[in-house]
Design a protein around this ligand. Structure first.
Ligand SMILES: Nc1nc2c(ncn2[C@@H]2O[C@H](COP(=O)(O)OP(=O)(O)OP(=O)(O)O)[C@@H](O)[C@H]2O)c(=O)[nH]1
Length: 573
């Protein structure tokens, strides 16, 4: 039996999330959160540490520059003090007595641009290379202050020496002067010894400190005079006033580093410190600032952060893709294969057989699911087969019962012979066969003679037995293919077929008379009865009138009765 199966209706919304999508989203979300967290942590610590590192480096540079400045000034002060106490200087009567000493000092430090001795009258007595000798310097601060004691003149342009000295660098001549009094043995001031220190040494030192790598990364070194004027630094700022927070701090004697916006509007990391704090007297107070644009100083860490972000995003995408592949391979793939196999089998309409459920090799749970599903479907398959077998059994039982019922309906219950209904079905077929084969058929109408007497004498049971034996004798006396039916009571009809002619019908009917006349052995008695027989013949080609044929046989039988019973009358039609 074939089960028609309705097509599977979609049971889930097309908008519902697939497992793979869910897992992909989960991985992306997890990776995204990790990336963000990592990004913020790295940015925070990386930038903080990088900034600290950069500021420390700038501060160290400012210290190095400060120490250099301090060292040179201290050395110059020391040498002025030493020279002014030399007998050769104190007791010199002629310039040439002292020039070699001055020259020797200049040779020890080439940045001593000019060394001179001025007399108490304010005129240069002796000087290196004889420059400015006899020139009145009484108005120069180094002279007036030097007469009083050790003095340092801060950064200033060359006034008298500008045209006399040749600078080895393209930068303008700038000096720092150190001067001290020359006293005789009585302590009376006999003149002033001065050293004009070329600013080139500071410029050179700054260049040496700012190695090319640092300059490339925008680091700049500034030395600012106590009045806020930049005496060393980038060209545009040179000899201009500066005002920054770092400068204010340095001028207050603080040292450290800061991040601040400079007058050019840019943000710089700045290391700051001040010279002249180490007790040397008279000290020059210079603020040393080393700055670096914040965007340059932090470019590396920012780039690292960006690369980490890009790398993390790429890693996230790769992880999500790998996750999706694994999910498809080991999770959704097997599940889709299972559901696809079931839907295909169901849509085929033949039901799902256990063998049609594939055993998937995905993750453990999917394998367990496929095994369980196969077992389930196999059991369902077996149950359906059992149900189909039961159905077939039931149908055959019903068919048997129906056949039996039809046989209730078509047979006489007492004799087992076909009944009137069966006769009325069989007779038209016999008439058609007669027409088709060209052989006449006949209806033999038999009515028992004297049956009532048997009934009345021996009872109905014996009457029934007589009816059974009477019917059986008629059936045995005709061909097996000829039909014998009981109409009602003691009336029987036989249909004789394939007759040669009317005479053949009469002859065959006639043979019944002696057969039926034989004694019948009942339970309690043996009786003899006869039969009145009426014969009607259907000739091939005649009208097939069923009722008329039966009626003619019936009339013939009655005619036989009237004629004295136990005889045969053939209808003449
Ligand atoms: N035992 C028995 N009797 C039946 C049955 N059907 C009808 N009869 C009886 O059969 C009898 C038929 O009556 P008739 O044919 O007139 O009686 P008969 O003695 O044969 O009369 P004739 O045909 O003139 O010879 C009646 O007494 C019915 O009661 C049956 O199935 N069993």
């Amino acid at each position: 039996m074939r089960h028609e199966t309705a097509p599977i209706e979609p049971r889930v919304s097309s908008q519902s999330f697939g497992l793979a999508t869910l897992v992909k989203s989960g991985i992306c979300a997890a990776v995204g959160l990790t990336v963000l967290l990592q990004f913020f942590l790295v940015e925070h610590f990386n930038l903080n540490s990088a900034e600290t590192q950069a500021r420390l480096q700038l501060l160290q540079l400012s210290w190095q520059m400060r120490d250099s400045l301090n060292r040179v000034i201290a050395r110059t002060i020391g040498e002025v003090r030493l020279m002014s106490e030399l007998d050769q200087v104190r007791q010199a009567r002629r310039p040439e007595d002292v020039r070699p000493v001055l020259k020797s000092l200049q040779n020890s430090f080439p940045d001593y641009a000019w060394i001179g001795i001025a007399g108490p009258d304010g005129k240069v007595f002796a000087a290196t290379d004889g420059l400015l000798e006899q020139v009145d310097v009484s108005m120069r601060p180094w002279f007036s202050q030097g007469m009083k004691g050790l003095h340092t003149s801060d950064y200033h342009p060359a006034v008298l020496l500008g045209n006399l000295l040749k600078s080895s660098s393209p930068e303008p001549l700038r000096f720092v002067d150190v001067a001290g009094p020359i006293k005789d043995e009585n302590g009376i001031v006999r003149g002033v010894l001065t050293v004009h220190l070329s600013w080139d040494w500071a410029r050179r030192r700054a260049r040496n400190l700012l190695v090319p790598a640092l300059r490339e990364y925008g680091a700049e070194l500034l030395v600012v005079r106590d009045d806020g004027v930049v005496v060393l630094g980038p060209e545009p700022m040179l000899e201009k006033k500066l005002a920054t927070e770092s400068l204010s701090r340095a001028q207050r004697g603080e040292t450290g580093s800061t991040r601040e916006t400079w007058p050019d509007g840019k943000v710089y990391l700045t290391g700051y410190t001040q010279t002249g704090l180490d007790g040397e007297s008279p000290a020059l107070r210079w603020s040393v600032l080393v700055r670096q644009p914040e965007e340059v100083a932090m470019a590396g860490p920012h780039a690292l952060g960006r690369w980490m972000l890009v790398a993390s995003v790429l890693l996230g995408i790769a992880l999500a893709a790998i996750g999706a592949l694994l999910v498809r391979r080991y999770l959704t793939g097997p599940i889709l294969m299972l559901s696809g196999a079931i839907e295909t089998a169901v849509q085929d309409g033949a039901g799902v057989r256990g063998k049609e459920i594939p055993l998937v090799d995905g993750f453990h749970e999917a394998q367990v699911l496929s095994h369980a599903l196969r077992d389930l479907v196999q059991r369902e398959d077996e149950q359906r087969r059992a149900l189909e077998a039961m159905n077939e059994q039931l149908e055959s039982t019903v068919a048997e019962r129906t056949a039996e019922l039809r046989k209730l309906l078509m047979h006489d219950g007492l004799t087992g012979l076909p009944n009137r209904r069966a006769l009325m079905q069989a007779l038209p077929e016999a008439m058609r066969r007669a027409d088709r084969l060209g052989k006449p058929c006949a209806v033999i109408f038999l009515d028992m003679d004297g049956f009532k007497t048997v009934n009345d004498t021996y009872g109905h049971e014996e009457g029934d037995e007589l009816l059974r034996q009477f019917g059986a004798r008629i059936a045995q006396a005709v061909r097996k293919t000829d039909m014998v039916a009981r109409l009602a009571g003691d009336e029987f009809v036989a249909i004789l077929e394939l007759l040669a002619d009317r005479a053949d019908a009469e002859e065959k009917a006639h043979r019944l008379l002696p057969v039926l006349r034989e004694p019948y052995v009942l339970k309690t008695a043996t009786v003899v009865v006869g039969a009145s027989i009426g014969v009607a013949v259907h000739q091939p080609g005649n009208a097939r009138d069923l009722d008329a044929l039966l009626s003619r046989a019936d009339h013939a039988m009655y005619a036989a009765k009237r004629a004295g019973k136990n005889r045969l009358v053939v209808d003449s039609a």
